[in-house]
Design a protein around this ligand. Structure first.
Ligand code: B12
Ligand code: SF4
Length: 604
């Protein structure tokens, strides 16, 4: 009897299959951007995987239904459409495919993946910043979202914490709704499920780095930003216990380097208890964990923030510097960025031995090709920055800029695949499209000259920063666009291309043409990487040899009151001079400096 009963119980069991795909997007030649190894696991994928894994543990589809989850990050893995279709068919399509964390530039690719799946009647759900951003700003279905709905693809807007049970149950009942819209009801994050990805997925990335968000939301109002409209301006955060759980779980698996993806960790209301907990893990429990965090340009003014960041193992910060022209910052409502604070802010981080990445946006309304080139030279001379990365000003769906431009009927590039911050997508008052694109290409070359790489390394060495590691990162940032034709944040190790993985709008190249070109490209690229690496290594050796020689330059000294009259950063245009004058008046009014320090009137 018993074996038979077991067999009956076994046959009654069902398997609900979930395939989660984080789509990549197409390069300018129409090939999917995919690497042998991507830099780190995708946080969106880990978040959604964790939520569904939690559903599986809690058996939310009933005691007889097992939930199987497969996670695919297309930046490091080819999406095996045929196999997914076959496996789903063998399972009577009991399950769904989730297209996860889909950004605007990934949306066309996501729909191309969805098409054959829907043709095989497999349920498909798409979530992420594009769907959320569009519904947050327009509250109605535009043509791109309509296209998905017409294919029978379900849209998920908002965040899935606390909502996954409903989606899973509807999918299991074959009753997925066309739209799940939670954009106006953002969940609290404390005590929510720990993001997680299985080992086989993490192994396709470079190594011991992973990502997690300790919180979401940012209080500022930058007009090009999507985050505030999708994740809100209120700080929602994981608790210190949650963060400890995430760190311990990864540490057990040999992962000890983390990118905390909060867009502005300094405005996470619990930054201090979270840092305190990490300090305890490091100093009392001996866990050598280290972090890259994103902060704003005023974070050094928060009492204890830099000191605690240092003790918590923060070794790098990313700052949205964006621009050094106050008129541009004002136009983008980035009022918290004060050029008068930039150098002191960078020096505060440097003094803690923490290196800085900064983002710089090209194409603000007051930029001209000449002014932007000059501004980069000023940064090199007067600001102690390590890694600088450039972006086009982009009307990202989900941002106030995008909504305003659409409202005014300004012609925006209709190809969402290009909304990756690496393309000129709208008319500019002072530059043609070609000039803007040339400026973007030149910006990298202007900043990463051999002379300036040497200066960056010398400055970093003076602050006790690991310059061999910094030199490797500089190699990555300096060469990614020139060699791989993608922004360093989209880069990876060894570019892979599949002949048939081309945008459907473009023809499949014949094998005789595609493969020799691929081999040629592979050889040339790697020769160029080797040459660039050798050049940077030689600079590194020269700098390292001078380890005991003191180094100081203008950018490394705190700004004095006199310098506000002479530094180009503060005098390069009228808006900069006015910003300095304003900062000085505030200092006089608050008693930080005497009234005698009053500056002469600002020249026109
Ligand atoms: C970390 C990060 C990165 C990291 C990625 C690291 C990593 N491996 O995770 C790096 C620095 C490499 C990066 C690169 C890029 N990024 Co980025 N990135 C982010 C950031 C800060 C966090 C992403 C994240 O993890 N969010 C938290 C997750 C949990 O949120 P989520 O994806 O929305 O997912 C939730 C819901 O949407 C929903 N959901 C999502 N999918 C699904 C699926 C299903 C089935 C369901 C039910 C629910 C669901 O549930 C999830 C949990 O609540 C966001 C901004 C932000 N705050 O999100 C920008 C952001 C996503 N990035 C953006 C861009 C443009 C890029 C780049 C193109 C920039 C560039 N040129 O290099 C590249 C693209 C690289 C790539 N291949 O993805 C934009 C996208 C804007 C848009 N409208 O499309 C954002 C929004 C930032 C911005 N500037 O506005 N990025
Ligand atoms: S500071 Fe950063 S995250 Fe905050 S609103 Fe501005 S761009 Fe967005």
């Amino acid at each position: 009897m018993l074996p038979q009963r077991r067999a009956e119980a076994h046959s009654a069991r069902r398997l609900f299959r979930v395939v989660l795909i984080k789509p990549s997007h197409y390069d300018d030649d129409g090939y999917v951007i995919r690497w042998y190894r991507s830099p780190m696991p995708a946080n969106s994928l880990a978040s959604v995987y964790g939520l569904i894994d939690d559903c599986a543990q809690r058996k939310i589809l009933g005691p007889d239904v097992d939930i199987d989850i497969l996670a695919i990050d297309e930046t490091n893995t080819r999406v095996p459409i045929d196999r997914i279709v076959a496996d789903m068919r063998a399972n009577d399509n009991f399950g769904f495919v989730g297209l996860v964390g889909v950004q605007s530039n990934q949306y066309p690719r996501a729909l191309h993946i969805a098409k054959p799946l829907r043709a095989a009647a497999i349920p498909v759900i798409v979530g992420g910043f594009h769907v959320s951003g569009m519904l947050a700003m327009f509250h109605k279905i535009g043509p791109d979202l309509r296209q998905a709905l017409d294919m029978g693809v379900t849209l998920f807007a908002g965040e899935a914490e606390g909502r996954m049970d409903e989606v899973m149950r509807d999918a299991a009942a074959g009753a997925l709704k066309p739209i799940y819209n939670y954009i106006d009801d953002l969940p609290a994050l404390d005590n929510t499920v720990t993001p997680f990805l299985p080992g086989n997925s993490v192994r396709k990335t470079i190594g011991n780095v992973t990502t997690f968000d300790a919180g979401r939301g940012c209080p500022f109002q930058c007009s090009f930003c999507t985050i505030i409209n999708v994740q809100g301006r209120k700080s929602r955060r994981r608790s210190p216990d949650d963060v400890e759980r995430i760190l311990r779980k990864n540490y057990e698996h040999g992962i000890d380097r983390f990118f905390i993806t909060d867009d502005n960790f300094a405005r996470n209301k619990d930054w201090e208890p979270i840092f305190d907990r990490i300090i305890k893990l490091r100093e009392q429990d001996g866990m050598d964990v280290r972090f890259l965090i994103q902060v704003d340009t005023l974070s050094h003014k928060i009492p204890n923030f830099v000191a605690k960041a240092k003790r918590a193992g923060v070794t790098r910060i990313f700052i949205g510097l964006e621009n050094i022209n106050p008129d541009n910052l004002l136009a983008a409502k980035k009022r918290q960025n004060k050029i008068t604070e930039y150098r002191n802010m960078l020096l505060a981080w440097k003094a803690a031995g923490i290196w800085t990445y900064a983002g710089y946006i090209l194409g603000f309304p007051n930029d001209t090709p000449e002014s932007a080139r000059r501004d980069i030279e000023i940064i090199k001379k007067e600001m102690p920055l390590d890694v600088l990365e450039f972006f086009f000003l982009t009307p990202l769906p989900g941002s106030e800029d995008h909504k305003a431009l659409c409202g005014k009927g300004v012609p925006l590039d209709p190809d969402l695949n290009k909304y990756d911050l690496e393309h000129a997508l709208m008319p500019h008052p002072n530059m043609s499209k070609a000039e803007w694109e040339a400026l973007y290409r030149d910006a990298w070359a202007i900043y990463y000259t051999p002379e300036h790489i040497e200066t960056i390394l010398r400055r970093a060495q003076a602050y006790g920063i690991n310059i061999l590691r910094l030199a490797q990162i500089i190699l990555w940032f300096a060469q990614s666009l020139a060699i791989e034709k993608v922004h360093p944040l989209q880069g990876g190790f060894v570019r892979l291309k599949s002949r048939r993985g081309r945008r459907p709008e473009l023809p499949i190249e014949p094998a005789w043409k595609f493969y020799p070109a691929l081999v040629y490209e592979f050889v040339v690229k790697h020769a160029r990487v080797a040459a660039a690496a050798w050049q940077i290594f030689r600079i590194y050796r020269r700098v390292a040899a001078d380890k005991h020689v003191a180094y100081v330059d203008q950018a490394m000294t705190p700004v004095t009151e006199d310098e506000t009259q002479t530094l180009e950063l503060f005098t390069h245009n009228k808006a900069a001079r006015e910003a300095v004058d304003h900062a000085r008046k505030v200092k006089i009014l608050t008693g930080q400096i005497g009234a005698t320090a009053q500056t002469p009137p600002i020249p026109a």
